[in-house]
Ligand binder design. Sequence first.
Ligand code: ATP
Ligand code: MG
Length: 389
Amino acid sequence: MEMILCKLGEVVLKGLNRRSFEDKLLSNLRRRVAKCGSFRVYSKQSTIYVEPTAEGCDLDAAFDACRQVFGVVAVSRALPCDKDVQAIVATAKTYLHDELSTARSFKVESKRADKSFPLTSIQLSQQVGGALHQAFPQLEVDVHSPELTIFLEIRDDAAFVHGPAVSGAGGLPLGMGGTAVTLLSGGIDSPVASWMMAKRGVALEPVHFFSPPYTSDAAKEKVVELARELAPWCGRMRLQIVPFTEIQEEIRRKVPEDFFTLIMRRFMMRLAERCAEEAGARAIVTGECLGQVASQTMEALRCTEDVVSLPVLRPLIGMDKEEIVRVSRKIGTFDTSILPYEDCCTVFTPRHPKTKPHLDEVREVEAALDVSTLCDKAMAGREFLRIKP
Ligand code: ATP
Ligand code: MG
């Protein structure tokens, strides 16, 4: 039966930790492909094999799923056949017909795990290469930079002809980097920021601040939808919805307008840190990007960071909007992100937000508020939603 091969990325560089990285990757892959049928998932020499063990497996779906698993750099398929040159040539001719007909140059690379196979790897490559060259006369042999490389593998049970490889998600296995709280709004940036940290192996605990009646149920639904779109990459997550109305109203009542956004963001950070403590998360992720808006200058970031001690991870900090949009399209959140919505950040936007706030001034302004009681109430009013791929 045809099967899937996943090439490991940076996992192979991890030295002594390699075993645990590989185990994590195997269990992440198993969980993802289990939905597509019954598969045996095992690793051998920097490759993970995803092999159907019964009829009725959805190989296309499993293939797509493998491409969304962090830690895998490339995915291909392979077809088994008898362990003799004739069978291998015949299999390659049909299995790789399209590639063989369109490429101009090629080479064959063989790997021999079964040492009792009568030909050496080089002999096998030469014989199969020769036969394919005859069958597809437009193909030049080019061992240095061929357009098409055909991989053959001789294993104990069968020979395998590999199909062309496509890129995987890259990164590190989810869960290897611990857990972080990610601040998820309905915009373009925060889903991308979340995805980028998940790609580095960080499991996510998304938190959303919600200000009814200023923000609608549709706006909340949109965030739930974004979390769902992230789930094929980031795995199952628990989304926390934190009520934010009272905090915002209190800010509007007691704080000079110029400071609205800054003080509001300080509350978001405090609440995020509380959620993190509870979830055993060791960092806070935001979609902030230097200079994008008034609250994202270095001075403003200093003021919002002031209230937390956990590291604040801002993977988009040096990216242009265009680059962020490109990732957003690639991961599948863009179309949802651009739906019209209100965010609590846009509800009470000051006309002249401070771009170069002073920390002392911000702390002084904030002293008018009963910070801890407001935070306690918001935490107590949370709603928890299970998000599944
Ligand atoms: P985005 O496109 O992610 O909404 P943005 O450029 O609109 O970001 P801001 O609205 O200033 O920027 O928010 C900066 C970051 O703060 C967001 O990327 C997100 O991480 C967090 N954030 C903003 N609003 C919310 C919210 N309602 N709930 C949770 N996090 C939020
Ligand atoms: Mg926003």
